[in-house]
Design a protein. Structure first.
Lengths: 345, 330
């Protein structure tokens, strides 16, 4: 198991390097010019200097190397410095002071380090998308279990239909639909997510709750649709197994059989599916964040793309790819840990 | 009691009938007839197929029945409501000239829906076929040729760990200009969207096909074919591909559904087709700003997208059941 994990970990490094190289080369082909917004009165030689200052004069491979150094060497140093200086966990350690004003990955839009902006946006995304994932899981698992236990019942048919609908209706339709229904006609929830809202007492907490309901429900519908189908299929696979008959034959209660014996075995593939979905949380729901005006990671990527902010796009896409690779690995390891029948060696 | 001739017959016939070689009573049935019979039993799949056919036919034949040009501006007839609004608000601007109303530039909604459906369907089908072709090619070569297996599967893993939607957005914004210059605004966008969806969605098909081919190529009929000197490509074409058709068909339905949704999502985010070219996603996106006053402009294309995708997904569900020999005949 350990050798498998280590081997996968080592293998994922060239994978990530290759992915980052592909993304970088793709972005090199971008036709846009960051100088296109600069007034025409600026002479060409000044423009050339400005381009140099953005790091654009070098050959592509040199640029790629510099990006690699900035992301894998400079940023970790800043992170370690932060850990030993400001964090509560390791703040008691002496200040490491590794960072000496090296150039960081700078956004072309805002001229501030990309990582700082990402860190500003992460909480909104995690709150909305992460919460919707948890809500989705909490709804999906019971639905999946019960509709498998009562296969072909009315509940199962209705559940299958609803998951099919959740599967098929895209979030850019459910989002506006909910806004028309609940913000325009009923006026229950605000249509725009206010990220500047500060929670400090009960009233502000309810305001926060109300503005989170709609985006969370739109995203949770998608999660629920996918997960409950997996849960149902997995439960159905296990309910027909011999060990279930044995458990019933030795006189265990039905609740014990289903909730302990079958559920535990059915959870194995479902847990890995849940793990595989986690990168999508950090990736932010680009469309849903756009509909409800949540200024999270997905919205950041979209605005960076439209503004031709290549360092931002590059770093964000790489972070997404990194998370996907990481959680693929975690899912594989989890599968081996949860299911002793799986042998990787 | 007299001996009846029938009694004699039965006594005489009984042993002979038991010995008789019974031929099959029913006429022989083809596999696809069985599949169709099982598919017909799946109510959801039949309903889905009905709606999908309805929308496809409406989109294909619509322009001949409703001849209004979808891009024609008629500013005097702008912001018309659908005809059914007259039921509850008598003073709404409605008219039979625009049964589903018109948008803020006076373009007819019905004509736009039909034209948009054509675009979405065309993108969906082409992208699906492209991704199927890539996926099947990759899967068959990885499964059949042992040397290719490792590299091709690593490539598949690599593509699976790419963040798809961000990359789609990146690629569309990057390559929009050159393709537009070469193939015109609509043709260039069509090629771009279809290619990008195609090359980012072939991985599941490739994995399934590879698994099936790996199992199939060890079977006796492939050995027999090989022993009479059949060339590898002939074996693939004649013996392997027909046998992996079922999983390919199921992933085709899934691919069609995702391709339609992806195209609409791109249009919704404003990186799809040019602004005067109607697609369902673009109609929806344009209407969101004024949906308090004109909810139908959001709801109609939204329902069109959802019904199509729902129909396709149900067809896929039914096909999966119908093509599974363990379920068929129960």
């Amino acid at each position: 198991m350990l050798t498998f994990a280590v081997r996968r970990l080592v293998l994922s490094i060239p994978t990530l390097l290759f992915i980052s190289f592909v993304i970088f080369m793709l972005l090199q082909l971008a036709p846009g010019d960051p100088m296109s917004q600069v007034p025409l009165t600026v002479p060409p030689e000044v423009k050339e200097k400005m381009r140099q200052a953005l790091g654009m004069g070098e050959p592509a491979l040199v640029q790629y190397w510099k990006w690699l150094v900035q992301v894998f060497w400079t940023e970790p140093k800043i992170f370690i410095d932060w850990l030993t200086r400001d964090s509560t966990l390791l703040g008691w350690l002496p200040d490491t002071a590794l960072y000496h004003d090296e150039l960081r990955v700078i956004s072309w839009q805002t001229r501030s380090p990309v990582m700082d902006i990402v860190l500003q946006r992460i909480p909104q995304t995690l709150w909305v998308v992460g919460l919707s994932y948890i809500v989705g899981i909490l709804i999906a698992l019971p639905i999946g279990v019960y509709s498998a236990y009562r296969q072909y019942s009315v509940f199962d048919q209705a559940g299958t239909f609803i998951t099919m609908v959740g599967f098929s209706i895209p979030p850019f339709f459910t989002g506006p639909l909910l806004i028309v229904l609940f913000s325009v006609y009923l006026g229950w929830f605000p249509s725009i997510y206010d990220t500047t809202h500060v929670v400090n007492d009960w009233d502000s907490f309810t305001v926060q709750l109300r503005q989170m309901v709609m985006p969370v429900m739109v995203l949770a519908l998608q999660t629920t649709a996918q997960l409950s189908r997996y849960m149902r299929a997995s439960m159905l696979d296990n309910l027909g197994q011999d060990y279930v008959r044995t458990a019933r034959a030795k006189g265990l209660s039905e609740a014990m059989v289903v909730m302990v014996h079958v559920l535990r075995n059915s959870m194995i593939p479902v847990v890995t599916v849940i793990a595989l979905g986690v990168p999508a949380i950090f990736g932010g729901a680009i469309i849903t964040e756009n509909v409800f005006k949540v200024n999270g990671i997905g919205q950041l990527l979209l605005t960076a793309l439209f503004a031709n902010d290549l360092p931002m796009v590059m770093t964000l896409t790489f972070i997404f790819a990194f998370l996907i690779v990481l959680f693929n690995l975690i899912a594989d390891v989890l599968y081996g840990l949860l299911d002793p029948r799986i042998r990787y060696d | 009691m007299t001996d009846s001739p029938q009694d004699d017959l039965i006594v005489a016939d009984a042993p002979i009938e038991a010995l008789a070689d019974k031929g099959p009573t029913a006429p022989p049935r083809s596999k696809w007839k069985d599949v169709w019979d099982q598919f017909r039993k799946h109510k959801g799949a039949m309903t889905g197929a009905f709606f999908f056919l309805l929308i496809t036919l409406g989109v294909l034949l619509g322009p001949f029945l409703w001849t209004l040009d979808a891009q024609k501006l008629d500013i005097r007839a702008k912001d018309m409501r659908p005809i059914y609004t007259a039921l509850w608000s008598p003073d709404a601007r409605v008219g039979w000239a625009h049964p589903l109303g018109s948008d803020q530039l006076g373009r007819d909604n019905l004509a736009q829906l039909i034209a948009g459906g054509r675009a979405s369907m065309a993108v969906g089908w082409t992208a699906m076929l492209l991704s199927l072709a890539i996926g099947t090619g990759m899967g068959v070569s990885a499964g059949f040729f042992r040397k290719l297996d490792g590299p091709l599967m690593r490539l598949t893993d690599l593509f699976l760990s790419l963040p798809i939607l961000p990359l789609l957005l990146v690629a569309v914004t990057l390559f929009r200009q050159p393709l537009r210059a070469n193939f015109g605004p609509e043709g260039g966008m069509f090629i771009l969207i279809v290619t990008i969806i195609g090359i980012t969605s072939w991985m599941p098909t490739a994995r399934i096909v590879r698994g099936d081919v790996l199992a199939l190529k060890e079977r006796e009929f492939v050995l027999a074919a090989r022993s009479i000197g059949t060339r590898p490509f002939k074996i693939i074409w004649r013996h392997l591909l027909p046998n992996v058709l079922s999983p390919i068909m199921v992933s085709a339905t899934l691919g069609l559904a995702t391709a339609i949704i992806t195209e609409s999502a791109l249009s919704f985010l404003g990186v799809g087709f040019p602004s005067d070219f109607p697609t369902w996603g673009k109609m929806l996106a344009d209407a969101v700003a004024r949906m308090e006053d004109f909810p139908e402009r959001v709801v109609l294309p939204g329902i069109a997208i959802s019904l199509t995708v729902l129909g396709v997904n149900y067809i896929g569900d039914g096909l999966r059941d119908a093509l599974d020999p363990r379920i068929r005949g129960r």
